[in-house]
Design a protein around this ligand. Structure first.
Ligand code: NA7
Length: 542
């Protein structure tokens, strides 16, 4: 480890990375490849990020395992065997651990180390990161690999601490198995986490009450074991597979039925047939049946109505079916994948409690109260989500040139160039930051592309002997315009989703995703080809 220098006790590195999820692991590997000294700071006690924390029953990735893999190493792709079409949290965590071991990454990671501030020293052109324990580390480059869904939200129920039973958050689930056998369980939250956990909890709980504020669209995952033939075919040309996924749209789904033209161009009988085919095939394919489903409300209505009919066909009790049926557009909020979610409401031990009109009033020692009714519970599970996209960054005190706080720069919503860089914050790189395709693409594809870009950028600075790089104010402003223009041509800004920050009280309402991974990659490459257009480089030894 490089020594501190005399009066300044901070340890010095060439680059600091915050987070040891898939983004941080790959950033470490690539930056090391440049010959840099790198330190990764990770709040958890192990690698894996999301997959380290979200260990709730039923947790799986909604992107197929063969897509949700690194593509940078052919050897890694060949040697790692996924067992199922959609990997469990445990299997994905094993994959992250395997990557950490295979590329000897752990020796440069500090675990149990939460970063509380990142401050830029303009004179030295260095970032100083301070940890919760008070340690300070300095480096010219800082990479925030802090994840899009990593800042947990805790609902502010009245008498929050009153409950004396077992209380669990899906987003920081205990490492030991939780036993629900025979217990009275309540789940609050019916987003992806709740929808994955509920069918599993229902299997052993004595009774399960699902407290639903808003119903969600969910498609059957149709998970199954992966055959050797299937894996072999993809692995024979893994990078080609990834490229085909990118050309399809989000960096995944290369093996699905193709995207059809606008819904209106497909006769109604054929629409139904096409939707059925994709529904039976499983996963998110149903959403990309028609090319305009996420842009044209009428096309969207065809898909949404199809899914509503499916829900009504599965759930026995018509009243429950109606409550589980969203009346919004499909895909506008993050759609879920499930294994037997709607079927779970046909079980005699499960009931749906509609809290859309009467929210949870308070927790009590023995349960909770909603609409004046006591619900006695032994276990309460909160699947209430995250302060997405910006939460992890803004919970740290990040200060750029002139001591400017990121929280102030982003007061009216996140401002970035390419979702990678922020004006006023030189040499600070965001992996899958707001304004990049991130959560509306295969995160693995997005992470690899960002980290490759950042590595190329740092290599360029070193070759040029440049001290720092910073997005210009103009480029950032133009980028934000582009992001919102693409968004305005879609249905996304119309819903109260976490994509627009609607789940966090007081958060500025801004759609935070650049739509279209392929187009985005092209833009990033063009900007590099034009000598880092939109960035200002400062001379002087980096
Ligand atoms: P989500 O998708 O944000 O879901 C959170 C759920 O919790 C959602 O149903 C919320 O209802 C509900 N919620 C949140 N606060 C409350 C309160 N106070 N009372 C009742 N219900 C509440 O989070 P997930 O963890 O499921 O998934 C996050 C992402 O991780 C997911 O999209 C994937 O990308 C992976 P609401 O809809 O706000 O009415």
């Amino acid at each position: 480890m490089p020594p501190g220098n005399g009066s300044d006790p901070a340890r010095r590195f060439d680059a600091l990375v915050v987070g040891a999820g898939f983004a941080g692991l790959y950033a470490l590997h690539r930056l090391r490849g440049l010959g840099l000294s790198v330190r990764v700071l990770e709040a958890g006690s192990g690698v894996g990020g999301t997959w380290y924390w979200n260990r709730y029953p039923g947790a799986r990735c909604d992107i197929e395992s063969l897509d949700y893999s690194y593509s940078f190493s052919d050897e890694l792709a060949r040697e790692w065997e996924w067992t199922e079409r959609y990997a469990t949290q445990a299997e994905i965590l094993r994959y992250a651990e395997h990557v950490a071991d295979r590329f000897e990454l752990r020796r440069d990671i500090s675990f149990d180390t939460r970063v509380v501030s990142a401050v830029f020293d303009e004179r030295a052109s260095e970032w100083t990161l301070t940890t919760e324990a008070g340690d300070r580390l300095r480096a010219p480059f800082c990479v925030m690999a802090t994840g899009c869904l990593s800042a947990p939200l805790e609902p502010d129920f009245a008498d929050r601490d009153a409950f004396s039973g077992e209380l669990y958050y899906t987003n920081r689930w205990p490492h030991e198995p939780v036993d629900f056998t025979g217990k009275r369980v309540g789940v609050i939250g019916t987003g992806s986490s709740g929808i994955q956990a509920i069918p599993e909890i229902a299997k052993t709980a004595g009774s399960l009450s699902v407290f639903q504020r808003t119903p969600n669209f969910s498609f059957p995952a149709r998970n199954e074991p992966l055959s050797d033939e299937e894996q072999g075919a993809v692995k024979a040309d893994y990078r080609g597979h990834r490229q085909r996924g990118i050309e399809r749209g989000g960096g995944f789904g290369a093996r699905w039925a193709p995207v059809l033209g606008p819904a209106a161009d497909v006769p109604p009988g054929e629409q139904r047939e096409a939707l059925e085919e994709r529904w039976e095939g499983g996963g998110l394919a149903v959403l990309s049946c028609f090319e305009d489903a996420l842009a044209n409300p009428e096309a969207n209505a065809v898909v949404a109505e199809f899914v509503r009919e499916k829900i009504a066909g599965v759930v026995d009790d018509p009243e429950t079916a109606a409550l589980l049926s969203p009346d919004t557009m499909v895909g506008c909020k993050r759609p879920c994948l499930d294994t037997g979610y709607f079927e779970t409401f046909n079980r005699p031990n499960v009931r749906l409690v509609d809290i859309s009109e009467a929210p949870i009033e308070r927790l009590t020692p023995k349960g909770l109260v909603t609409d004046g009714v006591d619900h006695p519970l032994d276990v309460l599970v909160l699947a209430t989500g995250f302060d997405a996209m910006t939460g992890a960054l803004l919970r740290m005190d990040v200060r750029g040139r002139g001591g400017r706080r990121l929280a102030d720069a982003w007061r009216e919503g996140p401002r970035t160039y390419l979702g990678l860089a922020v004006h006023g914050f030189p040499n600070l790189f965001l992996v899958t930051g707001p304004g990049s395709p991130s959560v509306l693409s295969n995160m693995m594809a997005a992470i690899e592309q960002h980290v490759d870009w950042i590595t190329g950028c740092i290599a360029h600075l070193r070759e040029r002997g440049a001290r720092s790089i910073e997005a210009t104010r103009e480029a950032e402003a133009a980028w934000i315009e582009d992001v919102s223009e693409l968004a305005d041509a879609s249905i996304y800004p119309t819903c109260n989703s976490w994509y627009v920050g609607a789940n966090v009280p007081g958060k500025p309402r801004v759609f935070m995703v650049y739509l279209g991974l392929a187009g985005y990659i092209e833009r990033c490459n063009e900007i590099v080809a034009k000598g880092y257009e939109g960035f200002a480089l400062s001379p002087g030894g980096a």
